[in-house]
Design a protein around this ligand. Structure first.
Ligand code: SF4
Length: 320
């Protein structure tokens, strides 16, 4: 049986693309590429893979992705989403997987003209060349609008059974989903945090302060973030789960209320005493007290001091 490797985002389009090709008796190994800004595979994804009979795994590309995020060759989309370079990274990885799995082609859920930046016809073709996969990428939902791919030319895939969907509308995909018996539809796309303007403020701050690493990017998903000075950053837990994550962090210093009734704060980088004082005052503010005894826990040393809550207006100066 011929094999294909598929890019799986967790969105409806990538799932439908897999199902359309699967109908043509192709064995499919699908991969969700973890950039650090999309969620890992969920139980529902694995259940769908099981139900429709395709292999589904994760592939960690965070290191490579972080490097391009700092300065993407093809620029950013509306927010900090470097979609063209992101696609190229994923397709380069898919090429390696294609060789490893002895697959004949790669499937993606892209739809012509669905997104302004990365899904224009000429950009799709450019991406294909940059990933050294010219003619080897099949976009089943829009295949009839694109030049025939190698597997179509060689008769591995029947072009007539592929689709000519284009644009931002969802009607054709929803109808197709019902034809496949999908009752609960996945989101249209995979849900990337780099398309969220508020989240991007925090990413931009890390880029501007040359602190964008996989580890620091991971911490952006937890707590409220404050830039206390050029070098010093504080992350303030919003609930017990986030406090636990910050307490378990292997880096930085910790600040927390003596009686633990309030937030845990993770202090990153070299922070002056003045910065630490500001962070403690922020901690008191979120403890909902006027003043409180705060603990500063360095890796070796612990100190305790009474602090007053920072003013509401002052806090805004530091909030990222
Ligand atoms: S939205 Fe995010 S995951 Fe999707 S292509 Fe763009 S950068 Fe990559």
């Amino acid at each position: 049986m011929p094999k294909a490797v598929a890019l799986y985002s967790g969105g409806l389009d990538s799932l439908l693309s897999i199902l359309v090709v699967k109908q043509q008796q192709i064995e499919i190994s699908a991969f969700k590429f973890l950039t650090g800004f999309v969620s890992p595979l969920q139980e529902e994804d694995l259940l769908l893979a099981d139900r429709f009979g395709f292999e589904l795994k994760e592939m960690d590309v965070r290191e490579k992705f972080i490097n391009i995020l700092k300065n993407p060759k093809h620029g950013y989309g509306k927010n900090l989403n470097p979609c063209i370079d992101c696609k190229i990274i994923m397709l380069k990885e898919a090429k390696e997987l294609m060789n490893a799995y002895k697959a004949s082609f790669v499937i993606t859920g892209e739809v012509v003209s669905q997104r302004p930046m990365s899904q224009k016809k000429d950009i799709l073709i450019h991406i294909e060349k940059e990933a050294s996969l010219a003619g080897l990428i099949v976009r089943p939902l829009s295949a009839k609008l694109l030049p025939p791919s190698k597997p179509e030319i060689e008769g591995i895939l029947d072009r007539e059974s592929l689709y000519d969907i284009w644009g931002r509308g969802r009607k054709a995909q929803i109808n197709l989903a019902y034809e496949f018996g999908l009752k609960k539809l996945p989101q249209p796309s995979g849900g990337c945090l780099l398309t969220d303007p508020l989240f991007c403020k925090k990413v931009r701050d890390l880029i501007e302060h040359e602190e964008l690493t996989v580890e620091n990017a991971e911490l952006l998903k937890t707590g409220r973030h404050f830039r206390l000075s050029q070098k010093c950053k504080a992350i303030v837990g919003r609930d017990e789960r986030e406090n636990e994550i910050l307490l378990n962090s292997k880096k930085g210093k910790l600040i927390y209320p003596f009686d633990f009734k309030g937030p845990v704060i993770l202090i990153l980088n070299d922070c002056s005493q003045e910065d630490m004082d500001k962070a403690c005052a922020i901690g008191v503010y979120y403890s909902k007290k006027k003043e409180n005894l705060m603990v500063i826990q360095d890796r070796e040393k612990r100190t305790e001091k009474n602090y007053k809550a920072i003013d509401k207006e002052e806090i805004l100066k530091y909030r990222i």
